[in-house]
Ligand binder design. Structure first.
Ligand SMILES: [Zn+2]
Length: 88
């Protein structure tokens, strides 16, 4: 499983996305900051934006994405929080 986070994507959960680095429906890169693969939606009622479960080898386990898709907030299992702007 690998979700596309493009709000305009016609098929966010395209079954081939799990085996690719680019969305097989709309084209953008699937890995956030080249590292984090989005696995599933955890909440879209956070008041900030959508919150997803992500998977990488560094222990990060959730990410919130602002409604305009420009800001990411990563929460790590060790309690650390990182934010950054998405470059497109
Ligand atoms: Zn897509």
């Amino acid at each position: 499983m690998s979700l596309c986070i493009n709000p305009l994507c016609p098929r966010l959960d395209h079954q081939e996305n799990a085996n690719n680095r680019f969305c097989q429906s709309c084209g953008p890169h699937l890995l956030l900051e080249n590292s984090y693969r989005v696995m599933r939606l955890l909440s879209d009622k956070s008041g900030f934006g959508k919150i997803y479960e992500v998977n990488d080898c560094g222990g990060v386990d959730s990410v919130a994405i602002s409604p305009n898709g420009q800001t990411l907030v990563i929460g790590g299992r060790d309690g650390t929080i990182k934010t950054w702007r998405v470059s497109r």
